[in-house]
Design a protein around this ligand. Structure first.
Ligand SMILES: [Zn+2]
Length: 121
């Protein structure tokens, strides 16, 4: 193998490494998109479950006014679910809704605001 062949091989290897890096980047982006979509579906599924549950309750007790105890229970469970999503690293705030939080240690003030709103109701 002469010098020229070695240089060509090195050049070709560098191109292959760059291609591999691009492929890895594409895969990383695809994974991020999939995780985000999954998070959104989780949140949507929770919303739909709660909505269905409320509709069933209304159909079963059409004239009964909700008592404060009922409200408290619903809000508590709603807040607990939001906290669960949040602790799993999913944004529940309007700005980043469904996105994966970059680091579990970093708190999102917007998300915490949403959770605190639940407390005040
Ligand atoms: Zn957030």
């Amino acid at each position: 193998m002469n010098k020229e062949e070695i240089y060509q091989l090195i050049e070709r290897s560098e191109e292959q490494v760059q291609e591999l890096n691009q492929t890895i980047s594409q895969l990383q982006q695809a994974l991020r998109d999939t995780v985000e979509e999954n998070n959104r579906l989780l949140l949507l599924n929770y919303d739909l479950k709660e909505l269905t549950q409320n509709l069933h309750q209304q159909m079963e007790n059409p004239v009964q006014e909700p008592t404060p105890t009922d409200n408290e229970t619903t809000h508590l469970s709603g807040k607990e679910h939001l906290l669960e999503f949040y602790h799993e690293g999913i944004h529940i705030c309007h700005l980043y809704y469904g996105q994966q939080r970059s680091s579990l240690e970093q708190d999102c003030l917007l998300c915490l605001g949403v959770i605190n709103q639940f407390e005040d109701q």
